[in-house]
Design a binder for this molecule. Structure first.
Ligand SMILES: Nc1ncnc2c1ncn2[C@@H]1O[C@H](COP(=O)(O)OP(=O)(O)OP(=O)(O)O)[C@@H](O)[C@H]1O
Length: 251
């Protein structure tokens, strides 16, 4: 896997706070090197889109950022977050995933009530008073733009929600852990256009408080919502800069 000529713009740390930075991250599935020495800086409170052809390594890279490749692939290099290398074996993986949440392609609500979907991960590690949980469930659902639609049905099964609602529930579930960064792997590709727009609007609201990194196949989506875009090709990042420079050819 040769590293073709690449154009990687390094965001200026004097002007932008860097939320997460990878340093020569390579990923191997057995002998197959799926990602080659990827170094990218993600700017805080921005949406960065990862685009490129199928098999170019976008999801492999995204999953490495919060250790979702543990036990599946061998990840080399550093993933720097608040001065800590998240790729180190000493790091508590649960804590990594609490700070860096993940939303997948297919909405995957648990077969539980809407309320318990959001509260579940919280209650696994710590005891919360009912009032505290109620508050977190409400604020998470509000941020995911779902509260008004479900506030009278919190005990209803989450499996009865529409695709777009279920995806926003999964976003609320991730937000309940009070993450800093949200990773999204094609979060709208299983949704109809209307639900896609709702999730995109939610993402644009969320970036006021969270840093978002999204894998998308949809160039229009990257152009609509991505502040920055990284273009993957055969396991290499070949372009990375402001979206308007990469996709819209504007200065
Ligand atoms: N679990 C796995 N085991 C072995 N190889 C894998 C695994 N997941 C991905 N790969 C390989 O790694 C390479 C990159 O795949 P990856 O899914 O990261 O690409 P992608 O750009 O996200 O593609 P897509 O857009 O189709 O999801 C491919 O060659 C793929 O076959």
């Amino acid at each position: 896997m040769d590293n073709p000529e690449s154009y990687i713009s390094e965001p200026d740390p004097a002007r932008h706070e860097i939320a997460l930075k990878t340093d020569n991250v390579s990923v191997y599935y057995g002998d197959n090197k799926a990602l080659n020495d990827t170094s990218l800086s993600f700017v805080r409170y921005k949406i960065t889109s990862l685009i490129g052809a199928s098999g170019s390594g976008k999801s492999t890279f995204l999953r490495s950022l919060n250790r979702m490749n543990d036990g599946i692939a061998d990840v080399k290099g550093k993933i720097m977050y608040r001065g800590l290398d998240l790729n180190s074996s000493q790091v508590d993986v649960y804590e990594v995933r609490r700070h860096i949440g993940m939303v997948f392609q297919r909405p995957n609500p648990f077969a539980k009530s809407i309320y318990n979907n959001v509260a579940f991960a919280l209650t696994q590690r710590k005891h919360y008073k009912k009032a505290e949980l109620d508050e977190i469930v409400e604020s998470s659902l509000r941020q995911a733009a779902l509260w008004d639609q479900v506030k009278d049905d919190l005990n209803k099964s989450a499996l009865e929600l529409s695709g777009g609602q279920a995806q926003r529930l999964v976003i609320a579930r991730a937000l309940a852990l009070k993450p800093d960064i949200l990773l999204m792997d094609e979060p709208t590709s299983a949704l109809d256009p209307r639900s896609t727009m709702q999730v995109e609007e939610t993402m644009l609201e969320l970036k006021k408080k969270y840093t978002i990194i999204i894998v998308t196949h949809n160039m229009q989506q990257a152009a609509r919502i991505g502040d920055y875009t990284a273009f993957f090709h055969l396991g290499n990042v070949v372009e990375y800069d402001l979206t308007r420079k990469i996709l819209l050819d504007r200065k």
